[in-house]
Design a protein around this ligand. Sequence first.
Ligand SMILES: [Zn+2]
Length: 426
Amino acid sequence: MRRFARIFFKTLAITLCIAALAFYALAVYPLRNPHPPLQLPTTTLAIRDARVYLSPDEPPHDHANILIRNGRIAAVGHTINIPADAQLIPCNACTVTAGFWNVHVHFTERKWSNAAYQPAAILNAQLADMLTSRGFTTVADLGSNLADTVSLRRRIETGTLLGPHIYTAGAAQYPPHGIPFYLRDTLPWFILRLMPQPDTPAQAARDEQRNFASGADLLKLFTGSYIEHGIVKPMPLANASAAASVAHQHGQLVFAHPSDLEGVTIARDAGVDVLAHAADTTDGVTAALLQTIVDHHMAMVPTLKMFRTTVTTNPRYLDPIYAEVRQFHALHGELLFGTDVGYMTDYTTQDEFQALTQSGLTPQDILRMLTTAPAARFGVQAEKGTIAPGKLADLVVLGSDPAQNPLAFSDVRTTIRTGRVLYTRP
Ligand SMILES: [Zn+2]
């Protein structure tokens, strides 16, 4: 009997040790050091004889050279000297713009699981496929597992992976019993249990405090959640306000998934900064309502391709959404570029540029959405968004000029972030 007890306790001790180690490896180790300082490379790069858009607000400079030193733009102009040891980026009638932003992505596909441990070659190929081959040097993840996303960010910032700078919202907040049907029907029950659906403002504030402490730098609220096809459940305004106020105390931006008129007004009244989508149930979304969104200095990420790809191509559904974006733009509303890739598994960007053009946006408007508008909204306009000496060397080399055809924004040859080449088209 005593021998049996000894074996039992020995087995129990070993099992507990293994469980503790597994918990540490999966839940603690990946979340360490969520904001590592950016390490700039000590290299010299140059681009010769390019058409360069310094910013969306001025005409391009032809036959210009760009010199990059130690991760930053050292000089740009017609007469600058290129040192003999500079690594030349092939140009050949190329067009260069500041690095692109995609402020609506997700690192939720299974392939990002255990990002702390996956081989660099696999993750680099995935980052290129989804983001860097499309010119994105900065992205905002609007909902994912922080253990994976923080690990990715840490490995990118410390130079062991080639990827964009990542802002993450971590765990998004939903209305009480308000997980959208398209997530509820695809995710396992134990993941669904972990998704915050606070019942009270106090719980909403606590959930956001915990999300911030775990490394999130944005807040995402489902102010209107499609709990069934065609049925939107609103988030209680008091919950949205409580969570948003905690986020703002920490200097974070708040994004909202609105879905319909009520979701938009809750977002507005809770002090949300950015609508993560246009409302796609457009009843009651009038010019007068959109004017109040503009007056509240809220920005909008249209995600037009996502609607046509994941909902329906029926023009009776799509045309009013395009009209909403056109109207918001006419009212001088601030638009930011974002596609919802990661949720949407087709990563190509052409259709979004096409749809934005259909909504009345010029190539100049689209370049603003991709560069200066998000840099200013995220408060990093001193470092990013335009090409100027002293700024971070985040650049996209395009094969053709978007002024002639906005689809050229997807003709990406090379993507450079902080003087590191993240992607070169084969
Ligand atoms: Zn999304």
